[in-house]
Write a protein that binds this ligand. Structure first.
Ligand SMILES: [Mn+2]
Length: 281
């Protein structure tokens, strides 16, 4: 089985710049053979208006469509490792994976739930929507290019959430998505939580799309992200999670590593953690 490293070099989904530099910075020091980087249109000027509730929508839509179309053409049984970029790029990777191999389950490791819709977002930053879009929840305008089924809410687990907006609570309350907040990760341990997550995501599915947002980790060990939230995964949790990913390797059909922002990194801390996650595959 061949591995394909995709550099989803876009930060169109977030008001902070820098996540678009993530893939190149990471691939710089690693010697992966099959790498393809998708850059943003360098002539496009990102929207910064506070009043813009759907920032960079058209540009992001075209970006995702192109990424999706490319991932679909990767042979079905090869492993796609999609490196962001902000988390909106997971819309392309997860839905392409579900089209090729579905029905898949979804495990979303993240400080945020990313469960806004175009109607509920208050910031207008579209990296706050991808988990909902992948479930086909609400108006999934960001994924009109995707005609095949979405990933079932009942097979979706969000792990590590500790920053959930009011609108997201309301959206999630209408779904069967299992949310395991960071507090619960500390209480039960990451092994127990991930065991449950894989059980839910694997139930009657053909595999799991695992989406790892680096802001799941505490900013003290991983400062190089765009939207850090205190109270996240410790170094011990990070190490355990590496082993868990290895243990469940066969259940993982495709993988995202997102939100690495080199401009916010300190002493390459985040870069080194991200590199080790990729080398783990
Ligand atoms: Mn996220």
């Amino acid at each position: 089985m061949q591995k394909h490293f995709i550099g989803a070099a876009s930060d169109l989904g977030v008001h902070v710049n820098g996540a678009s530099l993530g893939p190149e910075t990471l691939f710089d020091s690693l010697s992966f053979e099959d790498i393809k980087i998708f850059k943003m249109n360098r002539f496009f000027k990102k929207s910064t208006s506070q009043d813009d509730r759907h920032k960079n929508f058209k540009e992001l839509y075209s970006y995702l469509y192109n990424l999706y179309a490319n991932i679909i053409n990767i042979p079905k049984n090869d492993l796609v490792l999609n490196i962001g970029g902000d988390h909106s790029v997971a819309i392309a990777s997860a839905l392409a994976a579900n089209l090729k191999k579905g029905p898949l389950g979804l495990i979303w490791i993240d400080a945020h739930t990313d469960y806004h819709t175009l109607a509920s977002t208050t910031s207008g930053n579209l990296h706050g929507l991808p988990c909902a879009v992948i479930n086909g929840y609400g108006a999934h305008d960001l994924a009109f290019f995707h005609k095949a089924p979405f990933i079932s809410e009942a097979n979706t687990v969000i792990v590590g959430a500790r920053s959930i907006d009011e609108g997201e609570y309301e959206n999630l309350a209408h779904t069967k998505v299992k949310v395991i907040p960071m507090e619960e990760v500390f209480e039960r341990g990451i092994e127990d939580v991930m065991k449950e997550a894989f059980a839910i995501a694997s139930f009657n599915t053909e595999g799991v799309h695992l989406s790892y947002d680096l802001d799941f980790l505490d900013p003290s060990i991983a400062p190089g992200v765009s939207t850090p939230v205190k109270g996240g995964g410790t170094m011990a949790i990070y190490e355990k999670l590496l082993k868990i990913i290895k243990l469940y390797r066969n259940a993982i059909y495709s993988f995202d590593l997102v939100e690495f922002n080199p401009l916010n990194d300190i002493d390459n801390k985040t870069k080194e953690l991200a590199e080790r996650i990729l080398l783990n595959f």
